[in-house]
Design a binder for this molecule. Sequence first.
Ligand SMILES: [Zn+2]
Length: 131
Amino acid sequence: MYYNVSSLNNEKIGSNREWFIDSVNLKYSDLGLVQIKSGNFKLIKTDKGVWVVGSLKIVINMDCIRCLSQLDVCMDINIDEEYRYDYFTDDKFDDNFIIDDSNHLSLKECLREYIFVTSPMKPVCNKICKL
Ligand SMILES: [Zn+2]
């Protein structure tokens, strides 16, 4: 979930890279286990950083609101964010989208925010609970 952008540092604006993410499990203190199935991103150099656009297929575990049994919820998360080098940020800039001193950007906290926005408010497990 980390990408080293250093090869883009000395290239011109608009240069880009493809980034494919293999399946991996992430642990979040609030969301629990998040399974990444695959990911496919394009990284585009901007004047202040790198634009990250693409999508992840993920599975998260939730509780059915009716019967409380656990269910796997599959989601496609579409991410479209500009990450910036830390010298191009200000107080208002979200720390989660900073390219760190070692030229890495991380999708982990970004994904967390997107999951909160995207995940179903009232998950139900099967047809019986949906009635
Ligand atoms: Zn249920």
